[in-house]
Design a protein around this ligand. Structure first.
Ligand SMILES: NC(=O)c1ccc[n+]([C@@H]2O[C@H](COP(=O)([O-])OP(=O)(O)OC[C@H]3O[C@@H](n4cnc5c(N)ncnc54)[C@H](O)[C@@H]3O)[C@@H](O)[C@H]2O)c1
Length: 476
C-alpha cells in the first residue's frame, strides 16, 4: 500500500506539522486502500506563505513560458493515465473502464483546453483613452469533491496556472489519491516552487482555514451547497472572491415528438453513469403523461443494462457509491420515495442481487412522482431516477424550473428548433439537446443555489482574473 501522508508545499514533499492519519476506503470492498494525513492551520499557513511568495515572480511569467509548462504537464499526465485511473477506481469506486476513460481523461481535457486558450486569450483591450488589463487575482484556495476527483481539480488548477495565479489545493479527504498523483505530475513538469501547493485535510479544519485566510485572494469551491455556503460565510470578512459549483436536481424533458426508444435509453444511461454521482445528473425525467406506460417499459429495460460489480472487472458498468454515509443517505431517500407513494419500477432498498459487500445501490427508478416529493426535490447523488409526468409543455417547463437548483437541463425532441426555444426558458447554466455532450471549451456552472461563476475553457479564466483600467492611453 502506497504512502500518501505528505503534503506538497513550496516545491517539496513535506511531513504534516502534526500527525493526524486518516484511512482512505475503497468503497467496492469496504477495506482501507491508503492512508493520508489530515492537515491543520499551520500546514495551511505554510502553503499560503509559499504561494504568496511565488506569486511575485510567477504572475510575471510570460505566456510562452506558461504554454511550454502546460505542454510538459500534458505529456507527463498522458504517461501516467493508467496509474491515475487505478487511483480513481480505488478512491471513489469508479469501474476501471470508466475510470480509465471518462474520469482520467477529464483531468487531461482541462489541461489541454487551458493550453489552447492561452494561445489566443486577449489580456487587454482599448476603450478610447483607456486600456483595460486582465491580471491574475493572486493566491487561490481550491477545494474539490470526490465524485469527479481529477476533473474538478484540473478545471481549477489549469485556469489558475494559465492566468498566472498561485494556489493551495485541498482535495476531498475521501478521494485524495489521484490529486496526489496530479501534484507529482506538476512537480515533474517543473512548476516553480510555491506556485502549486497541496494540503490534505477535512472541510471544517483545512477548508475553513483556507476560506478565512487573509492572504488568500479567491476561493474556488466545488461540493455541496451546504459547504459552499460555509466557504462564502467564512470568506466574507476578508472580502475575497468566492466561486461555487454546487449541487443540482437537473430536469430532463422528453417532448412528445422525441424518438422514445433513443431518448429513454440515453436518459437512463446518463443518469446511472458515475453511479448517479454527478452534480449535473439528469435526475428528474419529465415525460408526457400519455406516453408514460411506454416510457416506463423502456426505462425498466434500460435499467436492466446496469451491471453493478467488481470495479477491477472491465465489463462492470456501475460501481458502488462512495461511502457508507452516502449509502445510508440514499437508502433513506429510496424509502422516502416508497413511503410518499411514488411507484417503484425497479431497484429499491438494499444491495443489488449477487452483491454482499461494498456500498452498492440497486439501480432504482420511481414513476408517477410529483415534484413536491422528497425524491424530486433532494439531490440523491446515487443511481436513482424519478419520472414525473406532465400534461403540457408549459407545465413541463414550470416543473423543470421549480427547484432551488439551476445547474443543468436536458431536452429530448424530434424538432431541434422547439428544443432550442425551450432551452432558453430553462433557468440553468448548461442545456444539452438530444444527448449532445459538453466540450471542455464551454462554460460550466449553475444558476440559483447551484453556484456562481463559470469553470472550463476561456470563460473559466475569468474567475481567476482581476480587471484593471488604466486611463492615460490617449492617442497623441
Ligand atoms: N456543480 C458542480 O460542478 C459539482 C461538481 C461535483 C460535485 N458537486 C456537488 O458536490 C457534492 C458532493 O460532494 P461532497 O460530498 O464531497 O461535498 P462536500 O461539500 O461535503 O465536500 C466537498 C469538499 O468541501 C470540503 N468541505 C466540507 N465542509 C467544508 C467547509 N465547512 N469549509 C470548506 N470546505 C469544506 C470537503 O472536505 C471536500 O473537499 C454534491 O452536492 C454535488 O452536487 C458539484
Amino acid at each position: 500500500m502506497r504512502d500518501y501522508k505528505q503534503f506538497y508545499i513550496n516545491g517539496e514533499w513535506v511531513d504534516p506539522q502534526t500527525v493526524n492519519d486518516f484511512d482512505v476506503i475503497d468503497p467496492a470492498t469496504e477495506t482501507v486502500c491508503a492512508h493520508i494525513s489530515l492537515g491543520g492551520e499551520a500546514d495551511v499557513d505554510a502553503a499560503v506563505a509559499a504561494a504568496k511568495a511565488a506569486f511575485k515572480t510567477y504572475s510575471q511569467s510570460t505566456i510562452a513560458d506558461r504554454i511550454a509548462l502546460f505542454e510538459r504537464i500534458i505529456e507527463i499526465y498522458k504517461r501516467r493515465i493508467p496509474e491515475i485511473a487505478e487511483a480513481i477506481r480505488l478512491e471513489m469506486g469508479a469501474p476501471i473502464s470508466w475510470a480509465s476513460s471518462a474520469q482520467a481523461y477529464s483531468g487531461l481535457g482541462h489541461l489541454q483546453e487551458a493550453a489552447e486558450v492561452l494561445k489566443t486569450f486577449e489580456w487587454e483591450e482599448d476603450l478610447g483613452d483607456h486600456r483595460i488589463f486582465k491580471e491574475p487575482i493572486g493566491v487561490c484556495g481550491l477545494i474539490t469533491p470526490w465524485n469527479w476527483p481529477l476533473n474538478q481539480v484540473s478545471c481549477k488548477v489549469a485556469p489558475a496556472l494559465a492566468t498566472g495565479c498561485t494556489m493551495v489545493l485541498k482535495p476531498s479527504e475521501i478521494a485524495p489519491l489521484s490529486a496526489y498523483l496530479y501534484a507529482e505530475i506538476l512537480h515533474e513538469a517543473g512548476v516553480p516552487a510555491g506556485v502549486f501547493n497541496l494540503v490534505n485535510g477535512d472541510g471544517p479544519t483545512v477548508g475553513t482555514a483556507l476560506s478565512k485566510h487573509p492572504d488568500i485572494d479567491m476561493m474556488s469551491f466545488t461540493g455541496s451547497t451546504r459547504a459552499g455556503s460555509l466557504v462564502a460565510q467564512n470568506a466574507a470578512p476578508t472580502v475575497k472572491r468566492v466561486t461555487q459549483e454546487l449541487g443540482g436536481k437537473s430536469p430532463n424533458i422528453i417532448l412528445d415528438d422525441a424518438d422514445l426508444t433513443k431518448a429513454v435509453k440515453y436518459s437512463v444511461r446518463e443518469m446511472f453513469s458515475n453511479t448517479g454521482q454527478s452534480c449535473n445528473a439528469p435526475s428528474r425525467l419529465l415525460v408526457p403523461r400519455k406516453q408514460l406506460p411506454e416510457i416506463e417499459e423502456l426505462a425498466v429495460a434500460a435499467a436492466a443494462k446496469a451491471r453493478p460489480g467488481d470495479t477491477a472487472e472491465k465489463t462492470t458498468n456501475m460501481g458502488p457509491v462512495v461511502s457508507d454515509v452516502q449509502w445510508n443517505k440514499i437508502q433513506g431517500l429510496i424509502k422516502a420515495g416508497i413511503e410518499e407513494g411514488a411507484k417503484l419500477l425497479c431497484g429499491g432498498p438494499g444491495l443489488p442481487d449477487g452483491v454482499d459487500r461494498g456500498y452498492y445501490v440497486r439501480p432504482t427508478i420511481f414513476s408517477e412522482v410529483s415534484n413536491d416529493m422528497t425524491v424530486a426535490r433532494e439531490e440523491i447523488f446515487g443511481p436513482v431516477l424519478v419520472i414525473i409526468p406532465y400534461d403540457s409543455e408549459e407545465e413541463a417547463l414550470e416543473i423543470a424550473n421549480d427547484t432551488v437548483y439551476g445547474l443543468a437541463g436536458y431536452i429530448q425532441t424530434g424538432n431541434i428548433e422547439r428544443g432550442r426555444e425551450l432551452a432558453r426558458k430553462l433557468r440553468v447554466g448548461n442545456v444539452s439537446i438530444n444527448g449532445v455532450e459538453a466540450d471542455y471549451n464551454i462554460p460550466f456552472g449553475g444558476y440559483k443555489q447551484s453556484g456562481n461563476g463559470r469553470e472550463w475553457g476561456s470563460h473559466g479564466f475569468t474567475d481567476y482574473l482581476e480587471i484593471k483600467a488604466v486611463s492615460g492611453y490617449e492617442s497623441a
